[in-house]
Design a binder for this molecule. Structure first.
Ligand SMILES: O=C(O)c1ccccc1N[C@@H]1O[C@H](COP(=O)(O)O)[C@@H](O)[C@H]1O
Length: 223
């Protein structure tokens, strides 16, 4: 199971968290967020960590500018981006970077129920889905949704599990990962529950979380 740490903001903190070797590090570009990444540069971190730009209903031009500026290898689309938008973003990226690939992670927010039919048009235009909790904010609401809803997940597209995950969820996560609902769960995404202040992650808490490897039945078979 991969780990994505999202909502990074401070240079020294980015280096400290990168030293823990998460698989993905996320940077949020949303002015209304306390985690908005309004800094000019990201310090040098391991190439193995997939730097991810998080956008909410942003224009393709702005997303592309930030991809070039910060060398993002993935984007997380956290608004109402259409399948056509995802397709166009992939095409524009390919045209400008013929030898590179861009991972597109499309976010869907879940409250009490979810209509999985809505995923279908996105299947061919994005690489991963991310399931977050629906709340008053586009993201970073800080609480979990009922993961049992994912028992009805009809797709084989790998997904990120997100929304309010913290150290308190370790036991629940272990149960989830052993269940059928997690069959296509590719990564766990954490954010506000590992912070001392918005955008400032607590390395000790992350280290403690990382010691739980969250191996699924499939992972165990593979190893
Ligand atoms: O965290 C934010 O402020 C934010 C703002 C706009 C879009 C996304 C945002 N965060 C993303 O929300 C999920 C879940 O966060 P949490 O665990 O509930 O705090 C995560 O992917 C963040 O990237």
């Amino acid at each position: 199971m991969k780990l994505k740490v999202c909502g990074m903001k401070y240079q020294d903190n980015i280096k400290a968290v990168a030293a823990l070797q998460p698989d993905y590090l996320g940077f949020i570009f949303y002015e209304k967020s306390a985690r908005n990444f309004d800094i000019d540069s990201i310090p040098n971190i391991s190439e193995a960590i997939i730097k991810t730009g998080v956008f909410v209903n942003e224009t393709i031009d702005n997303i592309m500018d930030n991809i070039s500026k910060f060398k993002f290898k993935a984007v997380q689309l956290h608004g109402n981006e259409s399948p056509e938008f995802c397709r166009e973003l992939k095409e524009v990226f390919k045209t400008n970077n013929p030898n590179k690939t861009l991972e597109i992670i499309k976010v869907f927010s879940i409250k009490n129920d979810f209509n999985f039919e809505g995923l279908k048009p996105y299947e061919v235009v994005c690489d991963y889905f991310l399931f977050d909790t629906k709340g008053p904010l586009p993201g970073g609401n800080g609480y979990t949704f009922d993961w049992n809803i994912l028992k009805s997940y009809p797709s084989t597209k790998p997904f990120f599990l997100s929304g309010g995950i913290g150290l308190e969820e370790v036991e629940k996560l272990n149960e989830f990962i052993q269940s059928e609902a997690s069959k296509y769960c590719y990564a766990i995404d954490v954010n506000s529950q590992f912070e001392d202040a918005p955008g400032l992650k607590n390395s000790d808490k992350l280290k403690a979380f990382k010691t739980h490897k969250f191996l699924s039945a499939q992972d165990v078979q593979k190893s």
